[in-house]
Design a protein around this ligand. Structure first.
Ligand code: HPA
Length: 279
């Protein structure tokens, strides 16, 4: 019953978006903290505030615009989600994953998840871009709650390859073509909202993590379950290893986003151009 309510809310949101946008792009990008400048690359766009979409949970975090932008990038249809609902905002798993369900309803095939992350590896510095090779999920949550409440089997239960190998190669090729250094590593997800202690960073290094953040893993898992192909890109906004210079960490994240704006946009454009040839 709860599950049916949830799905009808998803459907109401999807119907509203379809009504405004007409057809919906098959490729979508979730834009991480501070990276909203990329929205300016999209032309012929319409923008829907999350607060205007029925049943849609709005993000409350600074640096997140809270809008769905649908338009063209280099002539390719693209949907951009500027802002996400993090688990640490306290709304629960289903609310946090609402946009992923909406995308499935709207027929999205390829989902590019981007985020700001702290560099755990000594090889990563603020301003780097990192292709997510794989993730370690330390959120200890059941992201399939909604589906299970409906008694539905999970399409990809047991799957180990969450991030799409072909899309990863597209990202590497695009970086090379655009002359952008794209590092590669393991993203570790925590619920947050606190940043890590020094001891926790040591622990994460020991586990094999290269970067740490508070999003992406649930979305990637749910998008796979709902049949999408997933790519993940982290922007390293700060070193989790080095002490910051007295600013609070979230301010640091937003300030350092300016370091990558241009190359992030170039990389995303390069990836989207290339994606069309594999779909
Ligand atoms: N830790 C966790 N999440 C983050 C960080 C960090 O240092 N930077 C950006 N998101």
């Amino acid at each position: 019953m709860m599950y049916n309510n949830f799905l009808s809310e998803v459907k109401a949101a999807a119907d509203f978006i379809r009504g405004k946008a007409g057809s919906f792009p098959q490729t979508a990008i979730v834009i991480g903290s501070g990276l909203g400048a990329f929205l300016n690359s999209v032309s012929a766009s319409i923008s829907l505030n999350y607060s205007d979409i029925p049943c849609f949970p709005a993000s409350t975090v600074a640096g997140h615009k809270g809008a769905l932008v649908i338009g063209l990038l280099e002539g390719r249809p693209l949907a951009l989600w500027a802002g996400r609902k993090h688990l640490y905002e306290g709304a629960g798993v289903n609310q946090s994953l609402f946009s992923v369900y909406v995308m499935a309803e709207l027929g999205v095939k390829i989902l590019i998840l981007t985020n700001a992350a702290g560099g755990v590896s000594n090889l990563l510095q603020a301003g780097d871009l990192m292709l997510i090779a794989d993730h370690i999920n330390l959120m200890f949550k059941n992201f399939q709650a909604a589906a299970q409440a409906g008694g539905k089997p999970c399409g990809v239960a047991g799957e180990r390859q969450i991030y799409d190998a072909q899309l990863q190669q597209v990202a590497r090729d695009a970086a090379l073509r655009e002359g952008i250094v794209l590092k590669e590593g393991i993203y570790l997800a925590t619920c947050g909202p606190n940043y890590e202690t020094k001891a926790e960073i040591q622990f994460m290094k020991f586990l094999g993590a290269d970067a740490v953040g508070m999003s992406t893993a649930p979305e990637a898992l749910m998008a796979r379950q709902l049949g999408m192909r997933v790519l993940g890109i982290s922007f390293i906004s700060n070193s989790a290893v080095l002490p910051s210079d007295g600013k609070t960490a979230h301010e640091e994240v937003l300030a350092n986003a300016r370091l990558v704006e241009v190359k992030f946009s170039k990389l995303m454009t390069g990836i989207v151009k290339e994606i069309v040839s594999i779909t």
